[in-house]
Ligand binder design. Sequence first.
Ligand code: NDP
Length: 322
Amino acid sequence: MSDTVERIKTLIIGSGPAGYTAAIYAARADLKPVMYTGMEPGGQLTTTTEVDNFPGYPEGIDGPTMMVQLQQQAERFGTEVRVGMVTAVDLSTEPGGIHHITVDESKKIEAETVIISTGASAKYLNIPSEQRLRGGGVSACAVCDGFFYKGQEVAIVGGGDTAAEEASYLANICKKVTMLVRKDHMRASKAMQHRVNSLENIDIRYNTEVDEVLGEQVVEGLRMVNNKTGHKEDIEITGLFVAIGHKPNTDIFKGQLDMDDTGYIITEGKSTKTNIPGVFASGDVQDKEYRQAVTAAGTGCMAALDAERYLATVEQKVMQPS
Ligand code: NDP
């Protein structure tokens, strides 16, 4: 237990592309940023293999390497990167107010500005057999884990763009992909629907949900249920991919920051400003639409610039009281 309070100018919470880009800009602006990485240092990209769409990497780069390089770049300018989890926040609503942050339930921090880049996490179905077999054949990332099912039969749940994209990715490496869509239509864009429809080894089952994932230690099959007829059917699979969307990691900020009805932080206009002065949000935690590494990095840059301008305004007011 630590009861000493540390004062920090710019605290960055989360270590994905948004957090690291904010750190690079904040450090160069002499905001002396300290970053807490959270439970998954490097964020979602550490569970990705190849990143082919980040500008500047003509041959692509693997996600974990990219995150290590972003960390090195942020540290080169003086960012202090610490492994730790922010567990509570008490944000001041006063302009120029100090935000009280607790890390790992014990360490106390006073922050002049806070940049939230806590990202979003994959959603699961939350049925017991699925939870039991996570890591034993149940995955929420086809691009990360699809390789292990090369030549095998797998299933994927979801009817959005992620599910469609991952189904076509899996179809390239697996023998057969059964796609479970709970409605009678997909939510995915027409182009993505066309892609999955055109692949012969994708079997799309509409109005179909997971009743139970079969297998004790590893996935051996799937019991599907037609939600219109109630008809159940078992198929043999070795992998189940869940692609039903993401949940923003915003629980600790609930009741203090304005959020939409799905928990994404609302930012002001084109800025990264939240409803609390001195608190900024960047990356997937405030973006359910684009959710790309490059867009996250862009908003991380914006958050650092917004924090710098905010501090300059606050300092000016302190020096010249009205
Ligand atoms: P979405 O929220 O768009 O889709 C989630 C899908 O999962 C829906 O089909 C939904 O069904 C289904 N679903 C949700 N909960 C359950 C459940 N409990 N059981 C069964 N099915 C369930 O999430 P995505 O991750 O697909 O996409 C998020 C955003 O990212 C979108 O804006 C998307 O366009 C974008 N995106 C764009 C890509 C691209 O352009 N290349 C690639 C990937 C994502 P229902 O429709 O019935 O609600």
